[in-house]
Write a protein that binds this ligand. Structure first.
Ligand SMILES: C[S@@+](CC[C@H](N)C(=O)[O-])C[C@H]1O[C@@H](n2cnc3c(N)ncnc32)[C@H](O)[C@@H]1O
Length: 151
């Protein structure tokens, strides 16, 4: 069975219309050419964690929380990690952008991976677009598509 990827974010109702905007939608549309992928938004960390607990599938979703203090990867390393998860039979892979004031210690502890896009803090709208682009890039690397030409 195909691994399903979800790009999730905790976004306030106020920031929802502009969050990600056309750039995010464009990358999401490109990702679905390679793999089933959707977007989910939540008003609070609690709502996101509750959704994660409910949507387990046969196996638990692999949770990757975006956090500037997390682990950094090159695009090739990132693609390799996603490819390994897919090949190991992971059914659902969830990437999540956190609330404006960052993740709670409890959420961080329950993550399978804390992923950093760099040590600088980005506004969540930008982090969401960068994440979508890197997920798209990762699937093109795994497919051998020439979108990624190195540095
Ligand atoms: C505005 S930031 C939160 C900033 C918060 N004050 C903090 O220090 O954690 C909102 C969300 O964007 C994501 N984010 C921002 N910069 C990031 C980075 N460099 N790497 C990974 N995620 C990032 C994280 O998910 C974060 O929870």
């Amino acid at each position: 069975m195909n691994m399903k990827t979800t790009l999730a974010a905790v976004l306030s109702r106020r920031s929802l219309p502009e969050a990600g905007g056309r750039w995010f939608d464009d990358y999401l549309n490109r990702i679905v050419r390679y793999t089933p992928c959707d977007s989910q938004t939540f008003e609070s960390e609690k709502a996101l964690i509750g959704w994660l607990e409910q949507h387990q599938g046969r196996t638990r979703a692999y949770r990757i929380l975006l956090d500037s203090r997390g682990q950094e990867f090159s695009s090739e390393e990132f693609a390799g990690r996603i490819g390994r998860l897919r090949d190991e039979g992971t059914q659902r892979l969830v990437f999540a952008i956190g609330p404006a004031d960052g993740w709670s210690p409890e959420a961080r502890q329950r993550a399978d991976l804390l992923l950093s896009l760099g040590r600088m803090t980005l506004p969540h709208q930008l982090a969401r677009v960068v994440l979508a682009e890197q997920v798209y890039r990762a699937f093109t690397i795994l497919a051998g598509h020439p979108y990624h030409s190195g540095h």
